[in-house]
Structures are given as C-alpha cells and as structure tokens.
Design a protein. Structure first.
Length: 256
C-alpha cells in the first residue's frame, strides 16, 4: 500500500509540470486586453486574472566612464548586452491537480474597490506611457497599424479588431501633446500603408505575426469571460470543467 502511494505521488509530481500551463506573449496582448476589458465591461475577469501582467528583467544603467572608454565595468556592458525584457504572461487559472479552477473568494466590497482601481489606472496618461515603454518589440504599434490598414481598405474585421480600432487612432491626425500619440501614429501609418507611405514597415522589429497576436488576445478574452461565469455562480458549467480536467489527468497517468 505504501509503495502504491509513493508511486502515485511520484507520477503526480512528474505530471505536475505538464498539467500546469503558462502562456508568454508580446506586451501587445496586455495592452489590448487592458483597453478592451475597461471599455467592454470585462473588468471583473481582468481582476480575477491579475497574475496576467507584463514583466521585465531589470538591468540598471551603470554610468559611462570617459577615461576608460574601452574598459568599462562589466555591469555597464551587461546593460546593453542583456537589456530589460518585457512580456505578457498568464497562467491557466487554478489549473492543477490539487486545485481545479478555483476562484478567489472576494467580498463585494473588495471587488468594488478593485474595479475602481482598474478603472482609475487603465487607459490613463500614466498607463499609456508605461505601455509605450514596455512595447520594445513594437508589436502593439504593429497590431494597431495593420488593423487600421484593414479598416481603411474596407476589409472585414473581427469583433476584437473592431474594438481595437475603436480605441486607438481615431481621427485623421496625431496630437503629439497626448500620451496616446505613438499609438495614434501607428494607426495613421496603417491608413496610408502601401499607398506611397512606409506604413507598418516602421514597426518591422515585431516578429510575431499580427494574426497570432489577435488569436492570443481572443483566447485570453474567452478565459476572462469563463472566469466571470465561474465567479457568478455558474456551478453546472464549473463542475463539468472540473470533471473534464479530472479525466485528462487520469488519462495522462494511464499513458505513463
């Protein structure tokens, strides 16, 4: 009996990394999600998924010494060879053998406070400047640019694309006094792409295809909605998901 228990424990330990899931993507995913969540009423879902944030590998700048131009300190060189890296990440919420899609037990007062915090911090001047800093790969700008191009040329847009184009780059000019100016420029560049302008080629540093970025955003939005349904007491659906996950775990164990 003891041996069987130890064997089962070992299998679950080995299986755990396969069960737990993590997603990494460009900061563009987080920018679009933050804006859409606030404008389309998915704030509760974004709160319940607070682990989905942008991160960075911090590298502080070490001062340049003019007298030792070719023999700077190692920390000085590290700043350039290993720069800060920003990315969007999310976990499969509560998706593990021990904890099946559990939802935080927030009181109404706590939820109202957190909703106010999200509304007060997302899509503000400070938030936009933070997103501009984190968009090092230009994928947010590339995303806005290509969607704006499709819209200007009468191509069909998905619901997610329609929401993004309604948020970023309205109007026919760029107001450089606004914190949204960089993203608004991306939208304007898209309108004239392939019509004599450089357009979205400004943002060719982004190596992630826009269609992939959109798919990432849509998957995260779907997860937000499922979290809200679970939180709002849809017990039947939650129990069904738990049963499916339990079957998946058992199937994986049987394959080993």
């Amino acid at each position: 009996m003891k041996r069987a228990f130890l064997s089962c424990f070992l299998i679950l330990t080995l299986l755990q990394p396969a069960i737990e899931a993590i997603f990494l993507g460009p900061v563009a995913v987080g920018v679009a999600l933050g804006a859409i969540a606030v404008t389309k009423g998915l704030i509760l879902g974004s709160i319940l998924s607070r682990g989905r944030t942008s991160h960075r590998r911090s590298r502080s700048y070490t001062g340049y010494n003019r007298r030792t131009h070719y023999t700077q300190t190692r920390t000085y060189y590290t700043y350039y060879t290993k720069p800060q890296a920003y990315y969007y990440s999310s976990n499969s919420y509560g998706y593990s053998y021990r904890e099946k899609r559990s939802v935080p037990d927030y009181s109404e007062e706590q939820l109202n406070r957190m909703i106010r915090e999200v509304k007060d911090t997302v899509m503000t001047d400070e938030w936009y400047m933070d997103m501009v800093e984190k968009d090092q790969d230009d994928c947010t700008k590339r995303l806005i640019c290509e969607i704006s191009y499709k819209n200007a040329n009468g191509q069909n847009l998905s619901s997610t694309e329609e929401q993004i184009v309604a948020i970023f780059g309205e109007g026919a000019s760029v107001d450089t006094s606004k914190t949204t100016a960089v993203f608004d420029f991306a939208a304007q560049a898209g309108k004239y792409w392939k019509k004599g302008g450089i357009g979205c080629e400004f943002f060719r540093r982004c190596e992630t295809p826009v269609n992939d970025i959109l798919a990432m955003i849509e998957n995260e939005l779907d997860d937000f909605k499922q979290l809200e349904q679970s939180f709002n007491g849809n017990s039947i659906q939650a129990e069904k998901k738990m049963a499916e996950e339990n079957d998946e775990v058992l199937n994986e164990i049987e394959k080993m």
